[in-house]
Write a protein that binds this ligand. Structure first.
Ligand code: F6R
Length: 261
């Protein structure tokens, strides 16, 4: 795991956008895995700026999102499809036909999960998967104790996740309790993973993910198995790390071609 500590979320998001931009510049037909939530919003703004001001071209890029709530149609303001349209897709020149998100309204949800896996394979696999981190260590909606080899599947959201995400719904009662999500196995198949985590609420999960044991109790710890996983955190999210000085040392001694900024 490559751990990069930045002073604040703003710097972390700009760095994350640079990494994605480099992948897209090097491979204009790149397949990106994308996330929703509060964490990547600033990163998406930066991608939009790079597209607008520097001509970053998404016309041949394909995107697969991690997850979607069960029962929410694409035009529901709290659906992840709606989030992606508003925060990213409609500001880029990406082909809407190449933006994939699991369909949480599918009549047969198991068939939808299988089809999603097949679409990722047909696209040639994911070149870079962007991830946020749940306070309970989830990635995608893979909640603690879920299989570390899972493929796209239906998950029951934990009470912690419901509480954390309920603000936009008004209450936990108003929230869907199920989601379709790429599995941990699906995520680990991506050729590169970039996880962002910012702020004090993420500090414990960050520590468990990076320094804790590999354990289904912290699904993000599965990234310890990934050959090219980059974790970008701010100082607040890094507060629980025992080896923060070691990560800073490594970061400050990278060769020029190992740097992203
Ligand atoms: C979102 C997703 C989730 C979030 C995580 C953090 O597509 O898969 O794992 O990344 O819940 O959410 P925020 O960024 O809102 O703190």
């Amino acid at each position: 795991m490559e751990v990069i500590i930045r002073p604040h979320a703003e710097a972390g998001c700009v760095l994350g956008a640079k990494i994605i931009a480099r992948v897209v510049r090097e491979n204009p037909t790149a397949v990106l895995g994308l996330a929703t939530g509060r964490t990547p919003q600033r990163l998406y703004q930066e991608l939009v700026r790079l597209h607008r001001d520097e001509g970053l071209d998404f016309s041949r890029v394909t995107a697969f999102n991690l997850d979607e709530y069960v029962g929410l149609a694409a035009d529901h303001p709290q659906s992840f499809r709606y989030f992606m349209q508003e925060n990213l897709f409609r500001h880029l020149n990406i082909d809407p036909a190449r933006t994939y998100i699991p369909d949480g309204t599918a009549a047969n949800l198991h068939a939808e999960c299988r089809a999603y896996e097949e679409k990722i394979i047909a696209a040639g696999g994911i070149d870079l998967q962007l991830l946020g981190l749940g306070r309970n260590g989830h990635i995608g909606f893979n909640e603690p104790t879920g299989s570390l080899r899972s493929r796209t599947w239906l998950k029951i959201l934990s009470e912690q996740t419901l509480r954390d995400n309920s603000d936009v719904f008004g209450s936990v009662a108003a929230m869907p309790k199920h989601a379709l999500t790429m599995g941990i196995g699906t995520i680990l198949d991506a050729r590169r993973c970039v996880l962002l985590a910012f702020g004090p609420p993420k500090a414990r999960a960050v520590e468990q993910m990076i320094e804790g044991p590999l354990s289904a109790m912290c699904p993000a710890s599965a990234l310890q198995l990934h050959p090219r996983a980059i974790v970008i955190v701010d100082e607040a999210a890094a507060a629980g790390l025992h080896y923060a000085d070691h990560y800073r040392w490594i970061d400050s001694h990278k060769l020029p071609w190992q740097r992203y900024d």
